[in-house]
Ligand binder design. Sequence first.
Ligand code: FDA
Ligand code: NAP
Length: 443
Amino acid sequence: MSAREFDIYDVVGIGFGPSNLSLAVALDEFRVNGMGNVFSNIFFERRSSFAWHPSMLLPSATMQISFLKDLVTFRNPTSSFSFVAYLHESGRLPRFVNNQDFFPTREEFHQYLEWAQARVAHRVAYGSEARSLRLPAGVGPERADRLCLQVADAASGTSRMVEARNVVISTGLVPTMPTGVERGERVWHSSEFLERFRRTSPARIRRVAVVGAGQSAAEITRFLYDELPHAEVSAIIPSYGYCVADDTPFANEVFDPEAIDDYYYATERTREALWRYHSNTNYSVVDDSVIRDLYRRSYEDDLRDVGRLRFLRLTRVAGVRSVGAQTRVSLRAGIDGDLRDLDVDVLVCATGYAAMEPTGLLGDLDQYCLRDEAGRYRIERDYRIVTAPEMQCGIYLQGGTEHTHGLSSSLLSNIAVRSGEIIDSIVARSAERTAPCAVLAEA
Ligand code: FDA
Ligand code: NAP
């Protein structure tokens, strides 16, 4: 999509990963099942085509969530956009069931997401980076019933303005590096892993280290060990050993739709307790099967007296510098925190992500977005940023709401229900307004 269809869109989505894809599908179903009218909508995605963490699509990596937590099922189990509908259309439903596995590969789930996005792609502008939001010229917050969004088009090198009654920001997690460590030709973050790996001659990687003890680190360590049979692979892990991701049934209930209310309406102390008890469902943890895969490889190394896979336990990266063709990693190791160096050809920092951060996009509008005592955005239960009361237009977040809505904020667990709740909110709030939100006839 490139042409502008409407002067003012009712809903503009920023970013088109699974969260806003789920919203696009929900808007589609709202049109079909709703009032015969449509909320005009458009989505802007900076990538040139759909992709979901493409540099981590490692062979055999599996989903960390049941396939039933797809784009739609928890909101609308009869949707034609479900993972089961995709399997049916692909002719693989019986064989998928024979597998008796709730956790498909990331490759298969990616194909499902691509299949779903193809059906709504006419409402997505790819290669379009949202730059900043602002109020329309000459309009103060007291009369603001719409916002202006500047969008840069990668193909033409030009930018355009779009007006929106509501924006839904879903720009995803932000990769983090160890303090003081910069990315470079030989220092990669896990989020760019496959892209970098494919551009590097494998023969040139004889010593490689992977930093971190989360799912990304464990999957990349396993991949490098298998792909580079000539190389020494060092895993720099801050813990004694990898810790298992708790996906047992009671703990998994923290991701249920009802848990959002429990978190949202809890006291700050209860919220802290929820994080303390249950962050091991997601952060700095690894699936049991991947841990066992790595242990088995390490054991077989021992058996053959190869010593190709090394685990540097209780160790953190303190700094990195170039020494000739080598990358010298400064390690703070062991209980005493002794410093020592490790020379490698490539260092992969699987050191995680920070939460989605909309401040840059909000620009001058940020002054009308209210914050709590800790400086975090105040968010309504319906995922709308609490704005100066006179502002009628809505700024919704999909992601970046861990402090208000809990652990599932950055995950897929709740995207179907959340998208439905955002549409319900837009419908209810537009009905409340004296000047009703223009409901445009279907294009
Ligand atoms: P996501 O990051 O997917 O999409 C954001 C999009 O916004 C991107 O396409 C980006 O290009 C675009 N964008 C950013 N800035 C923009 C701008 N200014 N203008 C336009 N576009 C912009 N969770 C889970 O529940 N189960 C799982 O199995 C996994 N697996 C998993 C694997 C890996 C490798 C990672 C790193 C993470 C996961 N996750 C996960 C968590 C992950 O956050 C989740 O799966 C989704 O990616 C969340 O979808 P979003 O659409 O919110 O963000
Ligand atoms: P993560 O869970 O946040 O793990 C980051 C790791 O890096 C932690 O072990 C952290 O240790 C370590 N670390 C940070 N700084 C360090 C330093 N200076 N030295 C040594 N170690 C350091 O990040 P992730 O593994 O990328 O996972 C992020 C999300 O993506 C999760 O939701 C995960 O489930 C998901 N994911 C899913 C899949 C899949 O679906 N198959 C694959 C990969 C990732 P500390 O905790 O001690 O700081």
